[in-house]
Design a protein around this ligand. Sequence first.
Ligand SMILES: Cc1ncc(COP(=O)(O)O)c(C=O)c1O
Length: 409
Amino acid sequence: MITLDDVRALDASDPLAEFRQRFLVPPGVIYLDGNSLGALPASVPGRMDHMIRQEWGVDLIRSWNSNDWINAPRRLGAKIASLIGAKANEVIAGESTSVSIFKALTSCLQLTSERSVILSEFGNFPTDAYMMEGLAALSGGRIRQSLVASEDIESALTTDVAALLLTHTHYKSGRLHDMADLTAKAQAKGIPVIWDLSHSAGALPVDLNGCNADFAVGCGYKYLNGGPGAPAFLFVAERHHDKVMPVLSGWLGHARPFEFRDEYEPAAGIDRFQCGTPAILGMAALECGLDIMLEADMASIRAKSSALGDLFIDLVESRLDGFELRSPRDATRRGSQVSIAHKDGYAIMQALIEQGVIGDFRAPDILRFGFTPLYVGYEDVWKAVDTLAAIMRTDVWRDERFSIRGAVT
Ligand SMILES: Cc1ncc(COP(=O)(O)O)c(C=O)c1O
């Protein structure tokens, strides 16, 4: 049995330990929800203050040039690219993941214009499926959405499929899809694949070009620590850039936006996937998060995240009854989170949060714990399970106040 001394020794030899001070996690809080909203980088308050008082307040509109606001989507895109195995000119930051999914889906439809099915799996993150539904409705019947069970994806890869949209790390279970294998199998049938990397980017090594990926999207506010509602990102493989005429043909994706022409003419390369004016304040915060990520070694992040997840599973299974593991036990098949199920999961999670251990709840019964190696240590995992054990032992979670549902769970 692992002991508290053992986990302290793991923290003492942790090569990522120094990154903890780069984040402002409140004292007394064990933050296990970086898979939903990353913690606040210590550099953000100062950067935002400068951005607001100087760049916005004093430099005003001149900042688009003098502070290089105009290039933020490309500059951040290039930084994200290096975290996901893409070339600097293949990623653009901006909008939300949902909008980026729409851009990617409509691009696939242009690459496979005679095909009519957009395919995904049941239980994918809802926005992925909902964006498909909206697109199918817009097509007036030409395009049909198809959702299949995870184990049926390969057999559903038929020659009428125009796009396959999958989330690499499943948002609930943390299960990983084999990106290289599924991309190759889909492409063998002429199907471009869109990978939703929301729970992968910054959490584990991703090699989009090594997998010959077509499109990818992802959130800036999870493991990239970009802050609430941070800009998302869109990856488009270079080979597709000039074959796609963006459907969200906003003025900043124009070849020469400041000529203000009446007709749309797409910019060359990834720039054509920009749409409207970028959210510069959000970009500034996201860049702080990215700059920290770029200093960290991804192999060390992955190794520690796997070890933290394994430790959590071992401790839960040895100390607690009534919870069921809903994530792969094998860390190589799991992202940076562990989910356990309990029929009273909502109330238990609320009680845990009140004690300073912050995870989240996903209906109907999942308690979800994210392990962000840059600011979570081994002793944190120990204390989190200790707190959970105390909550179960004392039955404190049965208090009525823990059953009141907030708008966000
Ligand atoms: C897999 C996945 N895709 C997309 C999103 C959210 O997209 P958006 O940034 O548009 O809200 C989430 C949010 O948790 C997610 O888990």
